[in-house]
Design a protein around this ligand. Structure first.
Ligand code: SAM
Ligand code: SF4
Length: 466
């Protein structure tokens, strides 16, 4: 395979210089200036972010967290969007040293789902109450090739169960060609998501010794191809644990700046996966750059301030305590009731076919109840992309703070739908309280819309959104 042309927007020397320049710690006055600037919701520059990454003083960290909480609440209110990953396969031609799906791992039962099995997984997820899926798997399609993915998406959208269906499919698959992205877009996906793992070339080479994924430039340029093909919403993120987290955060800022320059809009979401132990992976027990819980919270808070309108996604990897802290500091989407082994929803078994160890083993209903009990509003909304509010249009809508006018009522009506159709008694009790508390804080006009939308749902209408 020929190497892809070297990308030019990633400046590793600049990042190293920024890290070295702030190694002695962060200047108090400068930090406070940056936090002041972040409070105006205008985002931060790469230089600002470098300074925040160096903050260790407990008082300043507390101020950083406090500012992130304020920004999170101001833009997103208390809603947390829920989704589930659907693993279609654990077969992979790559050798990522940290992943259980790596080709040479003999300790794994390999499986790629048939269309019937995809349908069964979808049905099981709909029966839990999910409306949004992330379709995800190893880098290898069966004989039908890329068409498998298209067929899988069409099959998932076709499944109807009682009053439920999947309304948005996001996709996380190995980098595609531009023409494949065009076909993917035509199936009506939401976000195309891919993690860079690490933006450091040397570390990347060590972690990805063979297979198509060994080509750093092919991977790091993937969003250019996706966006050129018309996919407006893309999701990026490093895998924290492979290299110095400060390097990864600053490189993420460069990636965002590049997409903004090239396409007029940055990523729709940033994921913050942290490496977990995985069966048969080389670095399972000791990530080379373990990120502490404390630093992980700083990462979330810094990203929240740096790109206030970009969703931050936390996955199954984190335990319930970390998830609760993460909501406060900036996370806007989480997975719930997840399985990381193909077929794991329809036929729950011991997860010896899973990609990594999950930190949160609770069923969706419990996750939803916990979110509601902590004062947040679980949201199953899928309105934006169906209303054409994607890419720059979404950002234009988000920036003046309108996100709350649309997303707040949509969160409430979709949560009401969940409670009526799937919620347990305890979850509904916690949920009704959370709904009432949220409506009480809304501007009268928005509260009225919300009440009207929830009334329609109580009266039997479904999929009510604006
Ligand atoms: N195979 C494709 C790829 O690698 O891009 C897409 C799916 S892969 C299953 C999704 C992500 O799982 C990877 O991008 C990687 O960041 C993450 N992952 C792999 N091993 C992990 C581990 N041990 N802990 C946490 N995340 C892991
Ligand atoms: Fe395959 Fe993705 Fe796992 Fe790498 S991270 S081994 S490409 S599934």
């Amino acid at each position: 395979m020929t190497k892809t042309e070297r990308i030019t927007w990633l400046d590793e020397n600049r990042i190293e210089t920024e890290i070295a320049a702030t190694a002695a710690g962060a200047d108090r006055l400068r930090v406070r200036e940056i936090l002041e600037k972040a409070s105006t919701l205008g985002g931060l520059s790469e230089d600002d972010v470098a300074v925040l990454c160096a903050v260790t003083d407990p008082d300043l960290v507390a101020e950083l967290f406090h500012t992130a909480e304020k920004v999170k609440t101001e833009i997103y209110g208390p809603r947390i969007v829920l989704f589930a990953p659907l693993y279609f396969s654990n077969i992979c031609l790559n050798e990522c040293v940290y992943c259980a799906f790596r080709r040479s791992n003999k300790e794994l039962d390999r499986k790629i789902l048939t269309m019937e099995e995809i349908e069964a997984e979808t049905a099981a997820l709909i029966d839990q109450g999910h409306k949004r899926l992330l379709l995800i798997g190893g880098e290898a399609f069966p004989k039908t090739g890329f068409q498998y993915l298209i067929d899988a998406i069409e099959r998932i959208y076709s499944v109807k169960r009682g009053r439920g269906e999947i309304r948005r499919i996001n996709v996380n698959v190995a980098p595609l060609e531009t023409n494949e992205f065009r076909r993917l877009k035509d199936t009506g996906i939401g976000t195309y998501q891919l993690f860079q793992e690490t933006y450091n070339r040397k570390v990347y080479e060590q972690m990805h010794p063979s297979g198509a994924k060994a080509d750093f430039d092919w991977r790091v340029s993937v969003m250019d191809r996706a966006m050129a093909a018309g996919i407006d919403d893309v999701g990026i993120g490093p895998l924290f644990g492979l290299h110095d987290w400060r390097f990864e955060v600053l490189a993420t800022m460069q990636h965002i700046a590049h997409l903004e320059d090239a396409f007029g809009v940055g990523p729709h979401t940033i994921s913050v996966p942290r490496m977990e132990p995985a069966v048969g992976s080389d670095v399972s027990m000791a990530p080379p750059h373990m990120v502490s819980d404390f630093d992980f919270k700083k990462i979330i808070a810094i990203l929240r301030l740096a790109v206030p309108y970009t969703g931050i996604i936390l996955s199954t990897r984190e335990n319930p305590e970390m998830r609760r802290d993460a909501f406060r500091l900036g996370v806007s989407q989480i997975s719930g009731g997840s399985r990381t082994n193909p077929g794991g929803y329809a036929t729950p078994v011991e997860e010896q076919a899973a990609q990594f160890t999950r930190g949160d083993h609770r069923p969706l209903d419990e996750v939803v109840r916990d979110i509601a009990a902590s004062g947040c509003v679980p949201s199953f909304c899928t309105a934006c992309y169906r209303m054409g509010r994607t890419g720059a249009d979404f950002m234009d809508l988000a920036k003046p703070g309108l996100i709350r006018e649309m997303c707040g009522p949509n969160a409430l009506s979709s949560f009401m739908e969940y409670m009526l159709d799937y919620g347990s008694e305890d979850t509904c009790a916690a949920g009704e309280k959370a709904v009432a508390a949220e409506v009480a804080t809304m501007e009268p006009k928005i509260a009225r819309y919300s009440q009207t939308m929830m009334r329609k749902v109580r009266e039997g209408k479904r999929d009510v959104y604006r």
